[in-house]
Design a protein around this ligand. Structure first.
Ligand code: THU
Length: 160
C-alpha cells in the first residue's frame, strides 16, 4: 500500500488591473458578455471568453432553462461554439467572470466540474494547454497554466 498525493499550482493576482495585458483584455471581454447571460432562475451571471491562436475571441454566457438541467454553463457555451466554428484552431486562453444579481461576488469562482471535464477534452484534442483566468465580479483573479491544475486525476479518452 502506498499513500500518494497530488499537488496543484496556481497564481493569484490582486485584481484585473495587474493581469498581463492579453489576459486583462480577455477578462474585459468576459465581463462584457456576462451581461448577456440568460439567468432568470439563478440570477447568477457568468461570462467566458476564449482567445484562439488565430487571434479570434469567442465569447459565451450561461443559458438557463425552466427545466433546470437543460441549461448550459457559460464555459461550455463558449468552448463548444469555438469547437464548432473553428474546429482546427487551438484555444490558448480562457477568462471567466461571475456576478450575482443578489449580492456582490468578490472572490474567484472556479468553473464547475462538468465544465472542467469539457475544457479538458479540448486540451486533449489540441494536445496543448489552455491558460485559465477566473474571478468574481471584482477582486482577486486566479490563473492556472492548464486545466489539469483544476482537474487532477482526470478521465480522458485514453481509457476507452
Ligand atoms: N454556471 C456557469 O455558467 N459556469 C459554472 O462554472 C458554474 C455555474 C451557471 C449555471 C447556472 O446558469 C448558474 O451559473 C447557477 O449555477
Amino acid at each position: 500500500m502506498k499513500k500518494l498525493k497530488l499537488v496543484t499550482n496556481y497564481t493569484e493576482y490582486d485584481g484585473i488591473d495587474v493581469l498581463p495585458p492579453i489576459a486583462k483584455d480577455l477578462m474585459l471581454a468576459a465581463m462584457d458578455v456576462r451581461k448577456d447571460a440568460y439567468a432568470p432562475y439563478s440570477r447568477f451571471l457568468v461570462g467566458a471568453a476564449l482567445l484562439l491562436e488565430n487571434g479570434e475571441i469567442v465569447k459565451g454566457s450561461n443559458q438557463e432553462n425552466a427545466s433546470y438541467p437543460s441549461g448550459l454553463c457559460a464555459e461550455r457555451v463558449a468552448i463548444y461554439y469555438a469547437g464548432a466554428k473553428y474546429p482546427n484552431v487551438a484555444i490558448k486562453m480562457l477568462a471567466i467572470t461571475v456576478a450575482s444579481k443578489n449580492h456582490v461576488v468578490d472572490r474567484p469562482a472556479a468553473p464547475c466540474g462538468a465544465c472542467r471535464q469539457s475544457i479538458a477534452e479540448y486540451e486533449t484534442k489540441q494536445n496543448d494547454n489552455i491558460e485559465i483566468f477566473f474571478m468574481g465580479e471584482k477582486g482577486k483573479v486566479i490563473h492556472t497554466t492548464s486545466l489539469k491544475a483544476l482537474l487532477p486525476f482526470g478521465f480522458d479518452g485514453s481509457y476507452l
